[in-house]
Design a protein around this ligand. Structure first.
Ligand SMILES: Cc1cc2nc3c(=O)[nH]c(=O)nc-3n(C[C@H](O)[C@H](O)[C@H](O)COP(=O)(O)O)c2cc1C
Length: 337
């Protein structure tokens, strides 16, 4: 399949693996890129720019395909040394950066001077237009379903994607709730040129996380995520667990007077406990509603090949079949056409 996104990043399939804290290590990024998608190393999981440089070098040992680095611009006073992180990316020869969080405007000249393609993750049309205006090459439009930070507008992809198509001139991928061939075809139908997946890629053989995390995703349904930190205007969609329930009880008690310190134990330093130690009740970690669509733990190649094969069957048989009257069967459960 050829789209503006496969052209932009020089990849075979229009599938991107979004940056994920303590998941997006070289092993996963390389596996996704080797399977023909765009794998992404999560920059800030590496505590220093020097460590990011090493992670990039490790990834290059595992793949000769293009891969990217995620840079999340956090709303914090003690900002990480972003220029040094960008230098590590540039010197590592990485040609794709997924930015997220705050606007990457101040860093665009450095990224562009290095010939890096920038895809900014946005949860609204207005932020996507801003990204376009500051020279981003593409956007990843993240709907309300997404794992992580869906923003504060609560617009799901069924509306957000066609709205993005109405306004944007640069290409975009659909992000949030994407899992399979059906997601890809739907995303393309709504104007996207590909899709970005987070949660789905955690449940793959190569994702370097504790098996408890993958099993939790297999077990979870679309009803098992919760929104937290709304009162702080830093909403995050996470998988429910004992400490998330405790956190939500604190939020309900404090209401609008909630401060980050009230819930710090349930949100700070949780990722290594979950992803490395497999402590599934440690606290809040990002997870999308798409958990309800995760039923197995394939390799990244099996997953991507299946998505592309299923997408082709849906387009050629189901959709064309509806047009010419040759497709009338109702799809059996979990089968494609
Ligand atoms: C465990 C986890 C950690 C994440 N960490 C980050 C991050 O550090 N930076 C970022 O930009 N997005 C992060 N995300 C968001 C993903 O890149 C992606 O946008 C999101 O997962 C898409 O929604 P989906 O999970 O429904 O596929 C994270 C998502 C998950 C599930």
């Amino acid at each position: 399949m050829k789209t503006a996104i496969t052209d932009l990043f020089g990849i075979q399939h229009p599938i991107i693996q979004g940056g994920m804290h303590f998941v997006g290590f070289a092993e996963l990024a390389a596996a996704v890129s080797n399977a023909g998608g765009l794998g992404i190393i999560t920059g800030l999981t590496q505590k220093t720019p020097e460590l990011l440089a090493k992670e990039i070098a490790r990834c290059k040992d595992m793949t000769d395909k293009p891969f990217g680095v995620n840079l999340t611009f956090l709303p914090t006073f003690a900002a990480p040394p972003y220029p040094e992180y960008i230098a590590a990316i540039r010197e590592g020869g990485v040609k794709a950066v997924e930015t997220a969080g705050r606007s990457p405007e101040q860093y665009m000249p450095a990224l562009k001077a290095a010939g890096i393609k920038v895809i900014h993750k946005c949860t609204s049309v207005r932020h996507s237009l801003k990204a376009e205006s500051i020279g981003c090459d593409a956007v990843s439009v993240d709907g309300f379903e997404c794992g992580g930070h869906p923003g504060e507008d609560d617009v799901p992809n069924m509306i957000l994607l066609p709205r993005a198509e109405e306004e944007l001139r640069i290409p975009f991928v659909a992000s949030g709730g994407m899992a399979d061939g059906r997601s890809l075809v739907a995303a393309l139908a709504m104007g996207a040129q590909g899709m970005n997946m987070g949660t789905r890629f955690i449940a793959t053989r190569e994702a370097p996380v504790h098996d408890n995390v993958k099993q939790a995703l297999l077990k979870a349904t679309e009803l098992d995520t919760r929104l937290i930190m709304r009162a702080l205007r830093n909403t995050e969609r996470v998988l429910n667990n004992r400490n998330v329930e405790k956190l939500i009880a604190i939020e309900q008690e404090k209401g609008k007077s909630l401060k980050i310190d009230d819930i710090i134990e349930e949100v700070a330093g949780i990722y290594p406990k979950v992803m490395i130690d497999g402590d599934m009740d440690a606290g809040a970690w990002s997870c999308g509603m798409v958990a309800g669509l995760i039923h197995d733990i394939p390799t990244c190649k099996e997953l991507i090949d299946r998505i592309m094969a299923d997408a082709e069957v849906i387009i050629r048989k189901r959709l064309v079949g509806f047009l010419d009257g040759t497709f009338t069967a109702t799809a059996p459960r979990r089968k494609v056409a």
